[in-house]
Design a protein around this ligand. Sequence first.
Ligand code: ATP
Length: 467
Amino acid sequence: MAEATGEQQQTERGADVVTLEKVVALCKRRGFIFQSSEIYGGLGSTYDYGHYGVLLKNNVKAEWWRAVIQERDDMVALDAAILMHPKTWEASGHLEGFTDPLVQCLGECRKRWREDHLRSEQLGAEGAEGEIRCPECGGELSEPMNFNLMFETHMGPTRESGSEVYLRPETAQGIFVNFKNVLQFARKKPPFGIAQIGKAFRNEITPGNFIFRTREFEQMEIEFFVPPEEAPKWHEQWMEDRMRWYTDLGIRPDHLQLREHGADELSHYSSATSDIEYRFPMGFSELEGIANRGDFDLKQHAKFSGEKLEYVDSSDGSRYVPHVIEPSAGADRATLAFMVDAYDEEEVEGRERVLLRLHPRLAPVKVAVLPLVNKDGQPEKAREIYEDLRKRMPAEYDAGGSIGKRYRRQDEIGTPWGVTVDHQTMEDDTVTLRDRDSLDQSRIAVGELGEELERRLAAPWSSPQPR
Ligand code: ATP
């Protein structure tokens, strides 16, 4: 492979340019994410993923599965139903306690807010004493009331009492109620974990910030069962492993922080929780929670179901209820974080280019094959190369519009490599291989292309943006 002269030289990169508005606009422009039911005026804070959005989020989930299942031998997978026996939510405490403090503006706008959020915004901390006012119109606020976030529906043809079921507000409980099944069939013993990805639903009082907080979202959750005395050690280990997952996939380390929950913030079941927070445009906010849940969940489900949920050591008959470490992440929030972190703008030869510097493994399309001109056999040759490459990785063929325009489009969807077929290709069977981040262009034989791209895809990668 010989180096060719660069297509363009990039100008020096500036500071962080990303805003949420820019990411939302790009998502719409390039078909990543749309407002749900848009033709009816949209449904508040629900979103639909378009082609590139589906591919990106699938890659995020696939990387999670890879890290927690494929690359370990102490984890198994599960896919539990969204609708669960209503007793589940009694046992877990959700029916009683899965509430947020709701206040309503008594002034002009009558809007509803989360009291704890307003306290930290206006007084500096959740639970801080002092008067808070409506952020919209300055009006007085009602006394807080506990608002349950679970969506309720009915099972079966009648709406009579006793037929209530809930859309699960977290995937975790599906794991706990399957503990016995898994223990029996997976031939595992603590320490071992169960991993699951699935939809969860919360009737959030104030959803917002695009896909950061929605009422329907996907969680990627692990319940890791350990001997009780090993829980603190595994809690530490999971914090480290999960932080590394984000940085290995290109998130800049200084855009991540671990924040330990204060005693007043801890859930009733948790002895310690730390959040992995990402520097979103609206400030550092939770990306993933990693909790030490003790034996709360298994004991509760044992009590409510009458089943023994414990580990019995067959060698000596000793038994115990395992403690649980729970790394709980949001697939949509992670997708947003990867997009925000990858977003960049720069000036190249007097023109602005917008790009997503996504980790190649996350990029929806890995390589675009473009004929330089739409004649002289170039489109046919490009199509042939594309059909060969797509057997190895997600590829795209694009022959429409000027080459600059086509590159801009690929930059915006984060395609790491571009292959251009030109007049020279027709003579010596080489193509130009363009790198999204450095804009380097090199000449490579068509016969070597597939292997070279696979090598690049497997290589470690870190964001070229300022750290
Ligand atoms: P928050 O404080 O932001 O409401 P939480 O502490 O209630 O979050 P968990 O119950 O720990 O969240 O859920 C685990 C993960 O699920 C979160 O870290 C987040 O990534 C994701 N998640 C939770 N609620 C939502 C939501 N409404 N929309 C999108 N993702 C969510």
